[in-house]
Design a protein around this ligand. Structure first.
Ligand SMILES: Cc1cc2nc3c(=O)[nH]c(=O)nc-3n(C[C@H](O)[C@H](O)[C@H](O)COP(=O)(O)OP(=O)(O)OC[C@H]3O[C@@H](n4cnc5c(N)ncnc54)[C@H](O)[C@@H]3O)c2cc1C
Length: 379
């Protein structure tokens, strides 16, 4: 049995960020991941907020990894018409990073710390939490124990399933399609969100003529189960008028959209974090940003030292604070998803009137931008 202070199960961006920050506090840390080599191959781009940007650049990364900085976000209801638009502009709407590059850099920074051991190709056989310690056995019969186990193995968390931890889970009856496309008209380096009763499209500008697109389509709208045809219809009907001639430049990946939220984040000395604790609709691009706020809250428990290290109450503050904030985030996102994809004509007119009202108030728009830049946290 090898003893560590902390075990982090899942070397995704959230697990590695946590390892980086806690490693600097000199804990002996083990990071476990099931993959043989960390799979740095998701060709996905992520919008990161001012708060996330600060954590990464001040405290972790030595290298700047941003693909693009965005100063304008345009939300449209039903179609790309100016009368249906909410225009949010600021010095810092978000930064766009390549998820693979971010993951790689987080991994390299972890590897530089001697007190962090990263064990890849390790699969879980059993996990037991007793007498204030967590004991973990992998399928190659290696045994480890530690004071705390941080569970960051994503939304299909095996630990959560193994320990039968409760969660609230709902399907959005939609599928998300992710791809890149180039277009002939300039996008003015703005992000665009188009809300429609059958889909929500999020467009992140990688350059003035290339978008990374996350298209969440209601399953009923998928044309004869033909994904390619459905996306073609979307591009022809909705995007071409606004952005000109279009060419898809990447593979199209897809996944079903569900939201899940664990009933609690802290079970004695087992702590859930990132997508294993909560997974959101991608409409606001907040999943990873919220995970970074989780990390900050966990790290603050070490700094405040309200309970002694080893106590099962050590992460109480993280549990009640982050659970409440994330529940509220889920409620906000579900409200936006329901309202802005509603088939109800009156509701739709109400949304347009709301957009027009907001367009006239720079004060409220600034508050919205600040709220998003703070990862939808309280101030
Ligand atoms: C298309 C798309 C666009 C997105 N855009 C944004 C955005 O713009 N902004 C934003 O903030 N967020 C965005 N997100 C969300 C973001 O990608 C996730 O919130 C983030 O990746 C969660 O990180 P994580 O480390 O918690 O989990 P994951 O990234 O899922 O990492 C989990 C890790 O655990 C490992 N693992 C899994 N199971 C096991 C097991 N059984 N044993 C051992 N190891 C295991 C995996 O190999 C992986 O390394 C987007 C997501 C998608 C899908």
């Amino acid at each position: 049995m090898t003893k560590f202070d902390l075990i982090i199960f899942g070397a995704g961006p959230i697990g590695l960020t946590l390892a980086n920050l806690l490693g600097k506090k000199h804990f002996k840390i083990l990071v476990i991941d099931k993959t043989k080599e960390l799979v740095f191959n998701t060709n996905r781009y992520i919008a990161i907020s001012k708060k996330t940007n600060k954590i990464l650049n001040q405290d972790i990364l030595k290298k700047k990894i941003f693909a693009n900085q965005v100063k304008s976000m345009q939300l449209y209801n039903e179609s790309f018409e100016n009368k249906n638009k909410l225009d949010l502009s600021s010095e810092t709407i978000c930064s766009i990073v390549n998820a693979t590059e971010l993951h790689k850099e987080l991994y390299h920074e972890c590897c530089k710390q001697n007190n962090i051991t990263i064990s890849l190709n390790s699969k879980l056989k059993s996990v037991v939490s007793q007498n204030g310690l967590v004991e973990l056995t992998t399928t190659n019969d290696k045994k480890f124990n530690s004071n705390y186990l941080f569970v960051s193995d994503g939304k299909k968390s095996q630990v959560k399933e193994f320990l039968k931890l409760e969660e609230n889970k709902i399907s959005y009856n939609s599928t998300a399609y992710v791809f890149e496309f180039s277009h002939s008209k300039n996008n003015n380096n703005a992000t665009y969100q188009l809300f429609h009763q059958n889909f929500i499209a999020g467009l992140l500008p990688l350059s003035e003529k290339i978008f990374s697109c996350v298209l969440s389509i209601n399953n009923k709208f998928c044309y004869k189960n033909d994904i390619k045809k459905t996306i073609d219809i979307f591009l022809k009907n909705e995007i071409c008028n606004k952005f000109g001639k279009i060419k898809i430049n990447s593979e199209i990946t897809s996944f079903p959209l569900t939201f899940s939220h664990a009933s609690k984040y802290s079970y004695n000395n087992v702590i859930l974090i990132g997508d294993s604790a909560h997974s959101f609709h991608p409409l606001a691009g907040m999943g990873m940003n919220v995970g970074f706020s989780d990390v900050l809250s966990l790290v603050s428990c070490f700094e405040e030292n309200i309970y002694s290290f080893g106590s099962d109450k050590f992460f109480n503050k993280y549990d009640y604070e982050r659970h409440a904030i994330n529940q509220r985030t889920i409620n906000i996102l579900n409200f936006i998803e329901k309202t802005l994809t509603s088939k109800n004509r009156f509701l739709n007119n109400g949304v347009n009137r709301g957009f027009n009202f907001l367009n006239k108030s720079n004060f409220i728009k600034t508050q919205i931008i600040n709220f998003a830049n703070n990862n939808l946290d309280y101030f």
